[in-house]
Design a binder for this molecule. Structure first.
Ligand SMILES: [Zn+2]
Length: 124
């Protein structure tokens, strides 16, 4: 447990994987997305709950132990990356990684405007 709680890179990656798999629920129930080691899953379940608690009560942040605060930061960074890569669907509110069609309700999203200017191209 000690190594896990100090592997902030690993935590960040697994936190992202858990967010992407949709299994990170605020209720903290049954963690463990695909391929996430149990020790990380347990620590992440705690950190996701802590993240929600800190959001509701920001004073808590100042009372965390240093390694807990770093773990929380890793989870928050993973969430920022997760959110930066996705947009909420205007119809159903689900986060969708496509900018054209909602993967959840099939709504067409206003992603067309960027098609012409993108030299990188999102070919997939
Ligand atoms: Zn939708």
């Amino acid at each position: 447990m000690r190594e896990v709680s100090h592997d902030f890179e690993g935590l960040r990656e697994y936190a992202y994987a858990q967010l992407a798999s949709g299994s990170a629920r605020p209720s903290g129930q049954g963690p463990g997305g695909p391929g996430i080691p149990a020790a990380y899953a347990a620590w992440l379940a705690f950190l996701f709950e802590l993240e929600a608690a800190v959001r509701a009560n920001p004073e808590l942040r100042g009372r965390l132990r240093a390694d807990t605060a770093r773990g929380l930061a890793a989870v928050e960074q993973a969430r920022m990356r997760f959110l930066a890569e996705r947009k909420p669907c205007p119809r159903c509110g689900a986060l969708t990684i496509s900018s054209f069609i909602c993967e959840h309700c099939g709504a067409r999203l206003g992603g067309q405007a960027r098609l012409g200017s993108s030299s990188k191209g999102q070919t997939r």
